[in-house]
Design a protein around this ligand. Structure first.
Ligand code: P6P
Length: 331
């Protein structure tokens, strides 16, 4: 008989259930994650109406990354800052769209034990062509002793308390972890709730598919080029959406490996450690996969700056191992 609860567990009821398993839990993490899901529902609605509301395109100014900001980038960022800004529990918020982390309260407020980092609308250049875009988030414990306060953000990924993404595609998908496996929810727009559909998502151990921008192959380090030649000779297929959330989500569901190697234009890699590689890396590892930056485990990297960039190799264990084997031969 089908589970009577199937399809009736919302993200809030899931989080409250998890909270009950931890006697010392204060509910602050639940409150923060519910702010993110609230913001994502609003962002999803704005993305769906983008062409109707003339919020496509850029606002003709650059963000801290030197990237042309899309109108929806700004809308998504402001929405998340608004939803998170008035929630207790947060000491610092850091966004891809803001040069410096934002201090929400005085550094020694014990009632604010968390830090939230996010990429408000990853892959936003896909919006104009109705491609997949997403929000990526990462939650850390605040360190009140950090001097200056902003440096409390600079923690390696293995210290993340929670991580996740929302994919704004044909449906709106929330995938997240609080360190106890990976849960996938789908937004039911008829009731405005994220409903649990995969309570313990696991990535397949192997799948002959890779995902990267092959246009840069000539500038990849030799080990990556050798891997791609090997994959071409071993029946691999290529899939690439050009938006990390869409590419990692496909990899998580079907298996395979997502890569953004170092290139001439981005010698350290293009993707941001703190709010792209780390949260995605935590999800992939919690789902039974691997996440590396070159030959180093991504979650072990000690950040130097909130906008640090890294190379990325993440996905099925066997597929990541094939890449690493070629890098070990020719780093
Ligand atoms: P490229 C989107 O701009 C992004 O930051 C990631 O979402 C995506 O994986 C990557 O850049 C795509 O980069 O160089 O292939 O366009």
């Amino acid at each position: 008989m089908e589970d009577p609860n199937r399809g009736l567990i919302t993200v809030t009821s899931y989080l409250l259930d998890e909270e009950r398993k931890h006697p010392t839990a204060t509910g602050k993490l639940t409150w923060i994650l519910s702010a993110i899901t609230l913001a994502s529902k609003y962002i999803a609605a704005r993305c769906r109406r983008a062409r109707l509301e003339d919020v496509l395109g850029s606002i003709d100014c650059e963000n801290v990354q030197g990237e042309i900001q899309q109108k929806l980038d700004v809308i998504a960022n402001e929405t998340l800052l608004k939803c998170l800004g008035n929630r207790g529990g947060l000491a610092i918020v850091a966004s891809e769209e803001n040069e410096e982390p934002i201090i929400l309260r005085s550094s020694d407020d014990p009632e604010r034990p968390y830090i939230a980092l996010f990429d408000p609308l990853d892959g936003s250049s896909n919006i104009d062509v109705c491609g997949g875009v997403g929000t990526i988030f990462s939650i850390l414990h605040h360190d009140r002793r950090a001097k200056p306060l902003e440096s409390a953000v600079l923690q390696p990924g293995y210290r993340q308390v929670a991580a996740g993404y929302v994919l704004y595609g044909p449906s709106t998908i929330l995938v997240m972890t609080t360190g106890n496996g990976v849960q996938m929810f789908v937004l039911d727009p008829s009731i405005g709730s994220f409903l649990l559909v995969e309570p313990d998502l696991k990535i397949p151990k192997a799948y002959k598919s890779y995902s990267l921008n092959e246009a840069y192959i000539e500038t990849f380090p030799e080990g990556y080029q050798n891997y791609l030649h090997w994959a071409h000779q071993n029946g691999y297929s290529g899939r690439y959406a050009g938006a990390m959330v869409a590419d990692v989500h496909r990899t998580l569901i079907k298996g395979g490996v997502f890569l953004y190697p170092p290139t001439k234009k981005a010698p350290k890699g293009k993707l941001r450690l703190m709010y792209e590689a780390n949260p995605m890396g935590m999800l992939i590892e919690q789902a039974g996969g691997k996440a590396f930056s070159g030959l180093e485990r991504t979650l072990d990297i000690q950040p130097e700056g909130v906008h640090d960039r890294v190379s990325v190799i993440m996905g099925s264990t066997e597929e990541v191992d094939h890449v690493l084997a070629h890098l070990k031969e020719k780093p």
